[in-house]
Design a protein around this ligand. Structure first.
Ligand SMILES: C[S@@+](CC[C@H](N)C(=O)[O-])C[C@H]1O[C@@H](n2cnc3c(N)ncnc32)[C@H](O)[C@@H]1O
Length: 211
């Protein structure tokens, strides 16, 4: 299998975390199947938090959704046992701040997304992809799908939306951020070589150390 099909198995990461009393799926609006999976397994309170919940295919998914920008809006009152952050941090203007805001709402978390392969950037570094100007680095980092350059919008600040690949983050950096917020990482998975040689899928399950 190639391309998108090679992503880490987000359901396997969820299985490490479930059962949960309540779930907030941050950015679950494009692919509601993970929130639905939690609901189908008997989780009594599952809510999708997304700036565009109209994307949810209501012929397939019946999970409640709240229209909220979790990078900018007031999240007071939002709390759940478990948070999901699947493929969202790389699209945030301030990924650490967004991670911090979302983690403040939960006691446990599953994070999954494409990350830079170790060695592409120095340890504990992030690459702001839209500032990469030289062609050689662009070509090295440009995501590919099944060997072809992807259609994802890349390097165009004027087109900034969640489909832009803004951040090349390393798993070491995201892990450090999660731990800095008082969580302990219990499980990690990687699946090598997604979107070309520079990227791999990474996922983790973490618990608040006092939880
Ligand atoms: C690439 S999709 C990921 C969908 C799903 N979580 C998955 O793993 O397949 C990103 C989703 O996050 C939402 N999103 C991105 N940034 C957001 C923000 N700051 N606030 C609310 N929703 C956001 C988008 O609307 C979109 O539904």
């Amino acid at each position: 299998m190639a391309g998108l099909h090679m992503q880490v198995d987000k359901r396997a990461v969820l299985d490490a975390a479930l059962p949960a009393k309540s779930v907030l799926d941050f950015g679950g609006g494009k692919q509601a199947s993970y929130a639905q999976y939690c609901q189908n397994l008997g989780c009594p309170e599952v809510t999708i938090i997304d700036c565009d919940p109209s994307q949810i295919d209501r012929s397939q998914f019946d999970v409640p959704a709240m229209s909220r920008n979790f990078e900018e809006d007031d999240l007071t009152g939002l709390h759940a046992d478990l948070g999901l952050m699947f493929d969202v941090l790389l699209y945030q203007l301030g990924p650490l701040r967004t991670l911090r805001r979302c983690l403040a709402c939960v006691d446990r978390v599953c994070v999954a997304q494409p990350v830079l392969v170790p060695g592409i950037a120095p340890p504990m570094h992030a690459i702001f992809l839209q500032t990469v100007k030289d062609q050689e680095t662009q070509d090295r980092l440009r995501p590919t799908l099944e060997g072809r350059p992807s259609q994802l919008i890349f390097y165009f600040p004027q087109s900034y939306n969640y489909m832009c690949w803004l951040w090349g983050l390393g798993a070491d950096l995201i892990s450090a951020w999660i731990e800095r917020e008082g969580f302990v990482i219990r499980e990690q998975q990687t699946n090598p070589r997604c979107f070309g040689e520079a990227w791999e899928w990474w996922a983790c399950y973490a618990e608040r150390s006092s939880a």
